[in-house]
Design a protein around this ligand. Structure first.
Ligand code: ADP
Ligand code: ZN
Length: 618
């Protein structure tokens, strides 16, 4: 017996239509087919197996690598009335046998298991007896040894599949590089099955990469003007910086907590739980944070240090806006980042091959940072996808930066490196170019060099920008031990006038401009809170408060009750009956029964009050 997938989507999940390639994948599975599904984070992978699980008879086995992730997914399913449970090592043995009994007697729709559970004799005996609707392998890249999250237990999935050769298998991942993709297909026996691949673009994320002046101030400005009271992640390079940033934000009135591998595991867990359960909390973290964080309403991801590669940058920024609502990826970086990342690679104990690869990856990221064209196009082209550019939603598209011929400036900077025997870093070289009499200059007799003072006409900021861009675009190397600049083949090409240099004008608008910009940014605010501004002021907040109360009573994160997007729709539509409320996307049958009356009451109360106060009529 099969049920109609669209009906399941409407009635149970409360959504009007499938997105992207969901319908194709689901139809394929309902005909008994297996497949590999590649979709970006937030692309809607879960429904690809959850809907068929409810359409086909039998229980769906979902293999997922993270216990926290499983728990959240199962909670969300139970909220819409789906019979889902988790089976993993945290259960007591009586709980386990209850789950097994329910699964065997057909009382479950989805059974979530951790990969290490598969690896037991006991489980395979049990699995053999199950009547399965499908097997779903979430985060399927964990089966790949090339990938970054290899989990040996994932190799057991092949055995499981051998027990149930007729059952459709769906492997899902957001990691798209071709090597990983092929390995997943081979290891899971999907060689002859189709691959459903979607664009990796995240259209609701706006990208901005800007020059570091005072990182903290810039961060605070960014949060204040664009994301006040919203949830976000701030990525830092070191544990200490993560802690200091959280503490400092706290003194500025931002609710912020640190997260890094050096914290006590209890503290780490608490901070993560608070991030999931509270609204508007900012986490300042190292890269230890984020894997398996399924929070849909992260409104921004900020990098106050340069990541290591475009892969890391894309993965980290991808944690913003899973719910499809507007979100921002914002980064500051400067010359210091370039020098320190280059040195870190050179100083590492790794093989030469690894160093070369790491330098190459860093170079791609730096090229993206210094680029004057559409960031989205640059990002997607790195992943082998064509995008026409002009996305209208990145800093370069919104405020096209000016480029200028920097050949002369570049040559002067490189000459300073050459004349001082490649022994110094930017600070000293800039002083020489600007003709300053510092101790270091006098001591070394550098005021007698031909390059002394040849760059008087430019200020320090401009020279720092020149050195940054020279280093970022490969016209200068950085020596490992002291971070001194070294000339390379390209430097000599520029010095010998065999090539020219195009530089990006750093955007340091004068004060007046900056106020204007701030005002403009403020006017962006409604982008994120669009409905609370256009609909009933305050109603959105009232609904959020109600949601928070209902979630707290059940010990759940608020977004499990309703997503922000659903609340916004409620504000916009102002339903007056349960039937009207049922039309709002995200309101399925069970949630309507559970929460419908409470939300309707809240809407009617707020609308009534506002009408009297504004004198409007309905
Ligand atoms: P992924 O696992 O690919 O990162 P999810 O399955 O968590 O993405 O889906 C991301 C968000 O999009 C979820 O909040 C989900 O409810 C929503 N979503 C997915 N498919 C649809 C759809 N067809 N209509 C409306 N919302 C959807
Ligand atoms: Zn763009």
């Amino acid at each position: 017996m099969t049920r109609d997938p669209l009906q399941v989507l409407n009635e149970i999940f409360g959504y009007p239509a499938f997105r992207g390639r969901q319908a194709e994948v689901i139809d394929h599975v309902l005909l008994g087919g297996s497949a590999l599904v590649l979709m970006p984070t937030g692309g809607g992978k879960s429904l690809c197996y959850q809907v068929p699980a409810l359409c086909r008879s039998g229980v769906a086995l979902v293999i997922s690598p993270l216990i926290a992730l499983m728990r959240d997914q199962v909670e969300a399913l139970r909220q819409v009335g789906v019979r889902a449970v988790v089976y993993n090592s945290t259960l007591r043995s009586d709980e386990k046998s209850q789950v097994r009994a329910a699964a065997l007697s057909g009382k479950l729709d989805l059974l979530y298991v951790a990969p290490e559970t598969l690896n037991t004799e006991f489980f395979s005996d049990f699995a053999r007896r199950l009547s399965l609707s499908l097997i779903a392998v979430d985060e399927a890249h964990c089966v790949s040894q090339w990938g970054h999250d290899f989990r040996p237990d994932y190799l057991e999935i092949a055995k499981l599949r051998a027990l149930h050769p007729q059952v459709p298998l769906l492997a899902l991942t957001a990691t798209a590089d071709p090597m990983t993709r092929e390995e997943i297909r081979v290891r899971l026996g999907l060689d002859s099955d189709p691959v459903f691949s979607s664009s990796f673009d995240r259209p609701n994320i706006r990208y901005e990469i800007t020059q570091r002046q005072e990182a903290r101030r810039q961060l605070l400005d960014f949060i204040r003007t664009r994301h006040w009271g919203e949830a976000g992640i701030v990525y830092c390079l070191s544990r200490r910086k993560a802690e200091e940033t959280a503490e400092w934000l706290g003194t500025q009135g931002v609710l912020a907590l640190p997260y890094h591998a050096g914290l006590d595991s209890q503290v780490r867990q608490t901070h993560q739980d608070r991030f999931l359960r509270e609204e508007g909390l900012v986490i300042c973290a190292t890269i230890a944070f984020g894997m398996g964080i399924d929070k849909p309403d992260v409104r921004f991801v900020a990098h106050i240090d340069l990541p290591k590669s475009i892969e890391s940058y894309y993965q980290e920024t991808g944690r913003a806006g899973r719910d499809g609502q507007p979100a921002e990826a914002w980064m500051v970086y400067g010359l210091g980042d370039v020098v320190s990342q280059r040195r870190m690679i050179e100083q590492s104990e790794a093989t030469e091959e690894w160093k070369r690869l790491s330098q190459r990856k860093l170079a791609s990221l730096l090229a993206l940072c210094e680029s004057v064209s559409c960031r989205r196009q640059g990002l997607l082209s790195y992943f082998g996808e064509d995008h026409p550019g002009q996305c209208g939603s990145c800093d370069n598209c919104l405020h096209p930066p000016r480029a200028f011929d920097g050949t002369e400036l570049g040559r002067k900077a490189l000459s300073a490196v050459a004349r001082t025997e490649q022994r110094f870093g930017a600070g000293h070289l800039i002083d020489i170019l600007r003709g300053l009499h510092t101790d270091k200059i006098d001591r070394n007799g550098h005021d007698r060099l031909s390059v002394f003072g040849i760059g008087k006409d430019q200020d320090e900021k401009r020279w720092s920008s020149v050195f940054r861009q020279l280093t970022a675009t490969g016209f200068l190397d950085v020596e490992a031990e002291f971070g001194a600049f070294r000339l390379n083949r390209r430097s000599w090409e520029l010095l010998r006038a065999q090539t020219s240099l195009l530089l990006r004008e750093d955007d340091t608008p004068p004060r007046k401009e900056r106020t204007k910009q701030k005002r403009a940014e403020k006017s962006l605010k409604p982008l994120h809170a669009v409905v609370s501004a256009s609909g009933q002021p305050g109603l959105f907040e009232a609904l959020r408060a109600l949601r928070r109360r209902l979630a707290e009573e059940q010990g759940l994160p608020p977004y499990v009750v309703f997503h922000d997007s659903t609340l916004r729709e409620m504000v916009q539509r102002q339903p007056r009956s349960l039937a009207e409320l049922a039309q709002v996307p995200g309101v399925g049958k069970v949630k309507l029964e559970r929460y419908g009356a409470a939300f309707l009451r809240e809407i009617q109360q707020s609308v009534g009050v506002d009408d009297r106060s504004t004198g409007a009529t309905l």
